[in-house]
Design a protein around this ligand. Structure first.
Ligand SMILES: [Ca+2]
Length: 412
């Protein structure tokens, strides 16, 4: 979906990071752009030398330090990405349009089938629903397609040297050296995203050290290989260690009664399901909500959008990535992969008064008129804005790059 390429980059870069850097999967930049090649930088080299001393002081062997850092280079493209990731949040509607697109749901269902045996062995050991593991896989690396091929040592060294979040990345770099020292992976195979997230489910090095498992029993915790066995089991192990409750849902879409007091919404307010039922909260099918333990209510798009009751497993997923949209994205994608329906509630119109169908129709009409939006996913990103601007210019209109119902009508 070309329409949303850059949109997606910003969308996921904006997510907060807990255990993993969510979203390589929703990033479709070519994995190795010219700017991701190392360039000479004497100040970086001096930093690396000083770091080597600090790593040795933390117990990393000289041999590992020399082998790993000998090959490390300064990657300006990594810094560029780090700088460009802030100040951009997407609405839940846009997020879900991408995260739980028909394509991602269909591939997820195929993966659930293909790896059914493995996933049920993982479930037997860790108690995590296979569809949830597959959904995380789908969001993190598009089911293994985009695991990232940037040198993790170089990326982390660049970010630690750069210093914007220097202490965090230096800690990750030391953890990466420990992984190398353990012999789980040779340095040339230790690749990942620009931010050092590795493998099928994008573990950062400290999460790897804490949670990765050798599920296939070959003596190495290999989350990088084509075979996702260790990576998927490690993801389940991570959730299990974070308190995953076997057999319980992350949350569910619910219906609120007319006049519901929306000040009760938010992760800070937790009540029993019985209390929510007494307040008139119902399943989308109109029944009492089944008791899955204490619950909070989320209405991320306001009272006219979808509402969710979330349970303990929602909080467990925040350990993986704390962004609310990410967790709802994982949960909803998992539900869809398991055969569930799309959300029952629609989303309210956006600030331009347009629904997602309006935005999709606008993209289709622009593309048909020769102004390619690169797809029609209803998510207005840079490609769609550029197409609108080009259309406005060609039509002699003021160039705004803004979608609107007027423009939609004009294109009809
Ligand atoms: Ca293994």
């Amino acid at each position: 979906m070309r329409a949303s390429r850059r949109t997606i980059v910003m969308l996921l870069m904006a997510t907060a990071v807990a255990g993993c850097v969510g979203g390589t999967a929703l990033r479709s930049l070519p994995d190795r752009e010219p700017s991701l090649r190392p360039v000479p930088n004497p100040a970086f080299d001096a930093w690396v030398e000083a770091f080597a001393g600090r790593a040795a002081a933390q117990g990393i062997s000289r041999a590992t330090i020399d082998r790993a850092l000998g090959a490390a280079g300064f990657l300006p493209g990594v810094i560029e990405r780090d700088r460009n990731q802030t100040e951009f949040t997407r609405s839940l509607e846009d997020y879900l349009a991408i995260a739980a697109s028909d394509e991602r749901v269909a591939t997820g269902r195929a993966m659930l089938n293909r790896h059914a045996g493995l996933l049920s062995r993982i479930e037997a050991r860790y108690g995590v629903d296979p569809a949830v593991v597959v959904a995380i896989w789908g969001l993190e690396s598009r089911y293994g397609e985009r695991r990232g091929d940037i040198s993790v040592v170089s990326a982390l060294a660049t970010l630690a040297y750069d210093g914007r979040r220097g202490a965090f990345f230096e800690q990750q770099l030391v953890a990466a050296l420990r992984i190398l020292e353990n012999g789980d992976i040779p340095v040339e195979r230790m690749t990942g995203s620009w931010a050092g997230a590795m493998g099928h489910t994008q573990f950062i090095p400290t999460s790897y050290l804490a949670y990765a498992v050798d599920f296939d029993g070959d003596g190495r915790r290999d989350i990088w290989s084509e075979d996702p066995t260790d990576a998927l089991a490690s993801t389940a192990a991570y959730l299990a260690r974070s308190g995953w409750q076997r057999g319980r849902p992350w949350g569910m879409e619910v219906r609120l009664p007319t006049g519901f007091d929306t000040s009760l919404a938010g992760r800070g307010t937790t009540r029993s399901v019985g209390a929510w039922n007494s307040l008139g909260v119902r399943t989308v099918g109109g029944r009492s909500v089944p008791d899955h333990g204490p619950a909070s209510l989320l209405i991320p798009s306001g009272p006219s959008g979808p509402a969710f009751l979330i349970f303990r497993n929602f909080t467990v997923l925040t350990r993986y990535n704390n962004a609310q949209n990410y967790v709802i994205g994982v949960g909803h994608l998992a539900d869809r992969i398991a055969g569930g329906p799309p959300l029952a509630a629609g989303f309210p119109p956006d600030a331009q008064g347009m629904t997602i169908s309006d935005r999709r129709e606008l993209q289709r009409r622009l593309t048909a008129a020769g102004f390619d939006t690169g797809g029609a996913d209803g998510v207005v990103g840079p490609d769609t804005r550029a197409a609108i601007s080009a259309y406005e210019r060609a039509a002699g209109m003021p160039v705004t790059g803004q979608p609107s119902m007027t423009l939609l009508a004009r294109l009809g």
